[in-house]
Design a protein around this ligand. Structure first.
Ligand SMILES: [Zn+2]
Length: 290
């Protein structure tokens, strides 16, 4: 499977920023790590695609942001986060929650997320207090919710088409989206052209599956574009977990060892368990075992 990418360029006489994302590999990795049901994969995949788009505007790898979609649906909370290097991670509260498809055959992402709740973005530019923006969910279908977020919290009209297509065997066939954002001062003509152009991306996951990101971008423009790769990477490391254990103190660590025979620390963001045996724990505290 090719690496996930985001392509960016300007369209409509340079008045509108266009981004096309192929996040198929990213979503496949999320499915593998979290054993997601198809509807959970669609909800998390759409959220991670939109989060990637937000991350693509961060200044550098030191900046980071996180998105929390907190709705009243079966899936519970959905969290995605990433940095300026486009290293993304994410999880859902109830990865095993499942729902029957909607009447039109599409996955019921709105039912999974819930139709009321909030979308919160926390952006840390690495300098001072992080920016926090919140908006009300519109439909729980994610794309409309991010459009509403941009309009109410950042005062930027932004059109999102997001999609995730899952095969009957649970694998991701195509995921990603198209985002159009008129630049400040864009003409009324450009803004209404965006609405007209977005209409052709109703089934964007199928377009990504069939044409790839570049093929989709070429439906809109022949202009050169900037391409950046996207990867699933959690911020957890064995070293960070070691520091966490050190902060417990030797007495507490020994008590856990006595009870459990090991110390296991789980990162729920990427579903990785770090295990430490007695030898390692004693070495960590600079002591000899026994
Ligand atoms: Zn992790």
């Amino acid at each position: 499977m090719p690496q996930s990418v985001i392509l960016k360029t300007l369209i409509l006489d340079g008045e509108v920023s266009l981004a096309v994302l192929d996040t198929t590999a990213l979503v496949e990795e999320a499915i593998r790590r979290h054993a997601l049901t198809p509807v959970a994969a669609a909800a998390l995949g759409r959220t991670m695609s939109a989060t990637t788009y937000l991350c693509s505007w961060l200044k550098d790898g030191e900046s980071s942001l996180s998105v929390t979609v907190c709705g009243n649906g079966a899936g519970g909370k959905i969290c995605a986060a990433g940095d300026g290097d486009l290293h993304l991670r994410g999880f859902v509260e109830n990865p095993q929650a499942d729902l029957p498809p909607r009447g039109d055959g599409k996955l019921d992402v709105g039912g999974f997320v819930g139709h009321t709740g909030t979308l919160t973005v926390v952006r840390d530019d690495g300098e001072g207090i992080p920016f926090v923006g919140t908006s009300e969910l519109v439909s729980g279908e994610i794309a409309e919710d991010f459009s509403a977020y941009f309009l109410t919290s950042e005062q930027r009209p932004t059109a999102f088409a997001l999609g995730v297509k899952i095969a009957p065997d649970g694998h991701c066939l195509g995921a990603g989206g198209v985002v159009m954002q008129p630049l400040p001062g864009a003409s009324e003509e450009a803004i209404s052209a965006v609405e007209a152009k977005m209409g052709q991306f109703f089934a964007v996951s199928t377009l990504i599956e069939e044409r790839g990101a570049e093929g989709v971008l070429r439906m809109l423009t022949d202009a050169p574009f900037e391409a950046r790769s996207i990867a699933f990477r959690c911020s957890c490391t064995r070293e960070k977990v070691e520091n966490l254990i050190l902060s417990l103190g030797m007495e507490e660590a020994e008590a856990v060892l006595k009870e459990e025979g090991e110390i296991a620390v789980h990162c729920h963001v990427c579903n990785t368990t770090y295990r430490f045996g007695a030898e390692e724990i004693y070495a960590l505290f600079g002591r000899k075992h026994g």
